[in-house]
Design a protein around this ligand. Structure first.
Ligand code: NDP
Length: 337
């Protein structure tokens, strides 16, 4: 049983030395437990926050020496739980390891899903995040301009495609020419900008001649600086994440620009609302699943997975994700399906 444990807390961007691969025994399930074999592990930006001493409000920090936490698609290999049978494939949170025990809490059977890894991406949490944030907070209207960064990633690619289905004009922001091409040609975005191409703020302004009505915030940093002056009166800003700041050790140096934000919020009646997707499963998940499965089946939404082979490659893939080296939803194949 291999497991990737947190060896040391990162200072800034994680390095391979922050992780350690350990070998151990495959655990034996007790009464009421199941033994899970990890098939696929999801890598997600929030995991960076779990590596800090104090975790985010919605999840505990990973303790030193413990396996990194994470969503998985797993197979039940042995069951001593009345609700699960051996052989079943389930959505679970087994973390960065080959095997894990579970008392059944939070396990969701996936039935005979054709491509179960999609339960971690285009048919699961990241897509659900896009759905709730965009439709419930962003509320794009036909003809409005929607801007999203990390626009070919797990969440952003869904935000842009759902906004297109709602009749909005979509401008994506990405890192790299191949991603620009994909967003325009495959995802059908109206425009897409490379965030590394200067002068970025001027190019964003030119790409949004009617201003910005919805900015789906995935990144923060220089992208948000360029977006803020372009927001229209009545703009909505679902605040989903700020990946540009996840490695920050401190508040960035420089003049205090908070008044710029708060003044713009008043004058332009801007709605900014943070959300954590865990809060919405009880109320919105069924509707999401119905809509998304139909959109994918009808070819209206495209899914792109960035497949990594082998648990031992999870650390480097995770470090790459934080730097934009991924292209689509990052899923690690850990075991044979
Ligand atoms: P992605 O698949 O989009 O991967 C992350 C991407 O972020 C990278 O590929 C890169 O894209 C971009 N990025 C990295 N650093 C920067 C930077 N400094 N400036 C701008 N962009 C950067 O990840 P996810 O779709 O899984 O996550 C997207 C966001 O959604 C994250 O902020 C995440 O924390 C958040 N999230 C929030 C949830 C919630 O409940 N609130 C749930 C799930 C995700 P590129 O190089 O192409 O620009």
């Amino acid at each position: 049983n291999r497991r990737v444990v947190l060896a040391a807390r990162p200072q800034g961007l994680p390095t391979p030395q922050n992780f350690r691969i350990e070998q151990g025994e495959v655990p034996t399930p007790g009464e009421g437990q199941v033994l899970l074999r990890t098939l696929y592990l999801s890598l997600d930006p929030y995991m960076r926050q779990l590596m800090n001493e104090i975790g985010p409000t919605y999840a505990p920090a990973v303790a030193l020496g413990q396996p990194m936490a994470g969503g998985t698609v797993s197979r039940v290999v042995e069951s001593r739980h009345p609700q699960f049978r051996a052989g079943e494939v389930v959505l679970s949170g087994a973390g960065w390891q080959d095997y894990a025990l579970s008392d059944g809490e939070g396990l969701a059977p996936l039935g005979d899903m054709a491509q179960p890894s999609l339960a971690l991406g285009g048919l699961g949490m990241p897509a659900f995040t896009a759905y709730v944030g965009l439709l419930d907070i962003g509320r794009p209207q036909s003809g409005e301009t929607v801007v999203v960064a990390a626009a070919t990633g797990a969440v952003g690619s869904m935000v842009g495609q759902i906004a297109k289905l709602r009749g909005a004009r979509v401008v994506g922001i990405v890192g790299g020419a191949d991603k620009v091409r994909y967003a325009r040609e495959e995802l059908g975005f109206d425009d897409c900008l490379d965030r590394h191409d200067p002068p970025f703020a001027q190019r964003l302004a030119a790409a949004c001649p009617d201003g910005i009505d919805v900015y789906f915030e995935n990144v923060g940093g220089e992208v948000f600086d360029a977006v803020l002056p372009r927001l229209n009166i009545g703009a909505r800003v679902p605040v989903c994440g700020v990946i540009a700041h996840y490695n920050d050790q401190d508040v960035p140096a420089g003049p205090n620009r908070l008044p710029l934000l708060t003044t713009a919020m008043v004058q332009k009646r801007i709605l900014m609302q943070g959300f954590v997707i865990l809060d919405h499963y009880g109320t919105r998940y069924e509707e999401f699943q119905r809509d998304m499965q139909a959109w994918v089946a009808q070819g209206k939404i495209k899914l792109r997975e960035d497949r990594v082979e082998g648990l031992e490659r999870a650390p480097e893939a995770f470090i790459g994700l934080l730097q934009g080296r991924n292209f689509g939803k990052v899923v690690v194949r850990v075991g044979e399906e």
